[in-house]
Every structure is written in structure tokens, then in C-alpha cells.
Design a protein around this ligand. Structure first.
Ligand code: HEC
Length: 133
């Protein structure tokens, strides 16, 4: 109890300047917290989910892929797990090229009508775990 009272007295006795510096340090810690814990959420927000989902249904991706279940092609969750940390541009290339043999014998048709930007957006969406919104 005495210790608490003493530290309280010390706190109250601090000059304005120290308190100010203390507040700055607190702010620095708080922003570190934000960077550490909120950045993944921010990167989800950076993917235009609405457009990604629209592209996926417009280009018949969802006829062969589901988010959490294998259909003709692997589920997007499996793809995200396998390529964790991969550059979206690299996965975008393999979306455009199609192919077979990586997941089984079935073939994914090439996607010549998909622009590079759209393929990249789809790749980002998949790599981010195919968020629904
Ligand atoms: C006709 C069915 C079909 C369609 C349509 C289709 N896919 Fe696929 N997809 C597959 C199959 C099958 C594989 C597995 C190919 C393999 O084993 O290499 C695959 C693989 C993938 C992969 C993993 C590629 C890799 O390098 O491992 C991604 C990502 C993917 N598809 C995304 C898409 C997107 C996005 C679309 C729409 C633009 C799409 N697919 C349309 C059947 C399809």
C-alpha cells in the first residue's frame, strides 16, 4: 500500500515534460500494436472483394472451384495454404495459363480473356483466404 502511494506521489510530482514524453511513448507503443495486429485485416481490406467475387462468378471459376471444398479443381482454401507467401503475380500467371498435374490429372483451361489486373486480383483474393466481404 505504501509503495503504491509513493509511486502515485511520484507520478503526480512529475514535471509536465516527463508526462508529455511518457504520453509520446504510449502513443508509440499503441501504434506498434496497431501495425502488428491490424495489418492483416488491412490487407484484406485492400483486396476488392466485391470485384473479386464478381470476376470469379463471371469467369466460371466457381463452376470448378469452391472456397472450402474440392470440386473439379482444388478448393481455394487448399490453394491459399499451398501457396502461402507466394507473390500474387505468380499465381495470377498460373491462373491465366491453366494446366494440369499440380493437383491431379484434371485440367484447368487457360483464361485468355482475363486481363493481368483481373488475374492478379483473383490471385490476391484466393491467397487472402477468399474472404466473403
Ligand atoms: C473447367 C474447370 C476450371 C475452371 C473454369 C477454372 N479452374 Fe482453376 N483449376 C482447375 C483445375 C482442375 C485445377 C488443378 C490444375 C492442376 O492440377 O494443375 C485448377 C487450379 C487452379 C489454381 C491453382 C493453380 C496452381 O498453380 O496450383 C488456381 C489459383 C485456380 N485454379 C483459380 C481459378 C480461377 C481464378 C478461375 C477463374 C478465372 C479458375 N480457376 C477456373 C479447374 C478449373
Amino acid at each position: 500500500m505504501k509503495a503504491i502511494r509513493e509511486s502515485y506521489a511520484r507520478m503526480l510530482g512529475r514535471s509536465r515534460e516527463t508526462v508529455g514524453r511518457h504520453a509520446v511513448r504510449k502513443l508509440a507503443v499503441a501504434s506498434m500494436f496497431i501495425v502488428t495486429f491490424l495489418t492483416p485485416a488491412a490487407s484484406y481490406a485492400a483486396v476488392d472483394v466485391v470485384r473479386a467475387k464478381l470476376l470469379a462468378s463471371k469467369n466460371a471459376c466457381l463452376g470448378c472451384h469452391a472456397v472450402s471444398m474440392k470440386l473439379v479443381g482444388p478448393s481455394y482454401k487448399e490453394v491459399a495454404a499451398k501457396y502461402k507467401g507466394t507473390e500474387p503475380a505468380k499465381l495470377a500467371d498460373s491462373i491465366k495459363a491453366g494446366g494440369s498435374g499440380k493437383w491431379g490429372q484434371l485440367e484447368m483451361p487457360p483464361q485468355p480473356n482475363l486481363s493481368d489486373a483481373d488475374a492478379k486480383l483473383l490471385a490476391e483474393w484466393v491467397l487472402n483466404g477468399s474472404p466473403d466481404k
